[in-house]
Design a protein around this ligand. Structure first.
Ligand SMILES: [Ca+2]
Ligand SMILES: [Ca+2]
Length: 231
């Protein structure tokens, strides 16, 4: 045993050993950066890939969180980041977005699918820390505000609708939204307008996972801040 290890307790020794061993269910992003690439999953002694059948932003979100990135930008299908090799371990992945690991998500039996590597799934994760809150109203209603890059900002109401409001309310712990008020219904916010043309499908785990445009030429103003009423 190396000299330094003789100073560790057996618990510490086993802990360090566990960090060095790749365990079943380990997940990694294989790409040009640590944030973007093909999703790979370790099982039965081999790294394999994930089929893009039903691959979506909630699945990608779980991968990103599992790897320590708090946000997701995109879920990719069709081997956009190159075809992998070896087994295709996962398919029909159906994460809600609240799971801590990819293997916690509903899916087909591991290795049981008829996918091929041209369907390998990929992700793009984001660094940084964001949260959302309601302001200007009450506990369950108000202007939607996003904390990002160290500032609280708002959401432009162009294309703001009930799908966007439902995702926002569920993220805040409510069952859903009864309405998606526009036009700064609870007063105008201040700071940056962080989202334009939000386009949630309705099933995303977070407002921050919904597609949007960050185009200043759209010329939004705080008189168009978006709000929600949750139930
Ligand atoms: Ca899915
Ligand atoms: Ca929308």
């Amino acid at each position: 045993m190396p000299r330094i290890l003789s100073h560790l307790s057996i618990i510490e020794y086993l802990y360090i050993l566990s960090l060095l061993v790749i365990t079943d269910g380990s997940t990694r992003i294989n790409g040009k950066t640590s944030l973007t690439g093909r999703v790979e999953f370790f099982y039965s002694g081999q790294w394999g890939t994930v089929c893009d059948d039903q691959w979506d932003i909630n699945d990608a979100y779980v991968v990103c969180k599992q790897l320590g990135f708090p946000q997701v930008s995109q879920a990719f299908s069709g081997a956009t980041h190159g075809q992998g090799s070896g087994p295709i371990w996962l398919s029909n992945v159906a994460c809600s977005g609240s799971e801590l690991h990819l293997y916690d998500c509903s899916q087909s039996d591991w290795g049981n699918n008829n996918c091929n590597h041209s369907q390998d799934a990929s992700v793009q994760c984001r660094q940084g820390f964001s949260v959302i809150r309601l302001a200007g109203g009450g506990a369950n209603y108000g202007r939607v505000e996003i904390y990002e890059y160290g500032l609280w900002g708002t959401v432009c109401d162009d294309t703001w609708d009930i799908n966007d409001a439902n995702v926002t309310c569920r993220e805040l712990g409510y069952s859903g939204a009864t309405s998606a008020p526009t036009g700064a219904a609870y007063g105008p916010g201040s700071g940056p307008i962080l989202r334009h043309r939000v386009n949630c499908q309705g099933s995303e785990a977070s407002l921050l996972n919904c597609p949007f445009r960050q185009d200043q030429r759209l010329g939004c103003s705080h008189s168009k801040d978006s709000s929600v009423v949750c139930y």
